[in-house]
Design a protein around this ligand. Sequence first.
Ligand code: SF4
Length: 354
Amino acid sequence: MPVDPTADLLRWYDAHARTLPWRLPPNGQMTPDPYRVWLAEIMLQQTTVAAAGPYFMRFVSRWPTVDALAAADDGELMAAWAGLGYYARARNLLAAARAVVARGGFPQTEAGLLQLPGVGSYTAAAVAAIAFGEPAVVIDANVERVASRWFAVSEPLPASRSALKALLRPHVPGNRPGDFAQAMMDLGATLCTPRNPACPDCPLAPHCAALALGKATAFPVKPAKKARPLKQGIAWWIEQGGAVALVRRPPKGMLGGMLALPGTEWVAEPTDPDPPFPARWMTVATPVSHGFTHFELHLHLRTARLDSRPALPLLAQAHWVQRSALDSIGLPTLYKKAVAAVLASDAQPCFEAA
Ligand code: SF4
C-alpha cells in the first residue's frame, strides 16, 4: 500500500473537519471568500476560536464585504471590536481593508498579502492557502506540535520552525493546500493535543516518527532552560536570649516588606564584608540555595550568639523572635530555608558570646 500521509490526512479531514463560522466544508465546490478568511485569521490572532466566533458573525453581518468594512466609521469599528483585545488589530484591520479597496482587491499571493497592515507570515500563508489555493506552508502553534511529532524533530522550537516548514512543504498538495493547512490545525486542536494525543485515532499514526519511538509527548522538544545567573549574599543570624533578630526588607524589590534575617545586598560578584559587629561569628558550611524567577541565590549564613542586644543601626528596627516561633511567623521560603539550615548546622549549637 502506498505511503501517503497527505491523502490519509485529507481523508480524515473530509470526515472530521471542525465546523467553524468562517469555514467552507472541506473539498467543496464553493470558492472561499478572501474577506472572510482574512477577517477570521486576524480575529484568531491571540484569540480562541470560541471567543472569535461571535465577533466574526457580528462583523460579517454588519460589514459583509471588504468594501463595506473599508467604509466603516473608525469609532464604530473600534466599538464593535471592544472586548476582543489587542486593539492594534482593529486599527490594522481598517487600514488593510482600505488598502485592499484602494488596490482593487486582495493580493493573491503570500508575498503580496504580507504587505497588508497587520498581516504577518502566518496570516499571509493561511489566507494564501485557504482563499487562493497557493501551496503555502501554514504553521501555527497546533501545526508546530503536529509536525514536530510527525517528523520527530529533535531541535526545540522556535528554532526548528524553518526546519518544520521544509519538512512539511513536500506534503502540501497542489490541489488542496487550504484543506491541508486546516486539517493540520484541526488535528492539533482535536487529536494531537499537547498532553494526551489520541494517537490510535490519528490519520498520521502510520507515518508518525514520534509515535514509532513511543515518545509522542516528548515532542516538540522543549528548549533547555537558560541557566539563571547566580547572585550571592550573606545573612546574619544574631541570637540573644533564645531570640533571633529579624528585620523587614525594604518595601520595593525582592521579598519587599517581608521579614528576613539581616544581611548584605545580593550581588553577582560578592566580597566577604566585615560582619556588622565583632563577635565570635561562625559559618554554616553550605549556603542556602534558592531560585527566583530571574536568578539563583546562594545565601551564605553567619551566626553569632550574644549576651546582650547590641545597639546598632542595623538592629534598631529588629523584631526579636524566639527560635521556637520562627517557623510560624510567615517567613518567606528563602528565610525558612535559612532557619532550617542554621538549626541543622554544626554552627548552630556551639557559638558563644564575643
Ligand atoms: S500519531 Fe499521535 S503524536 Fe503522531 S501526529 Fe498523530 S496524534 Fe500526534
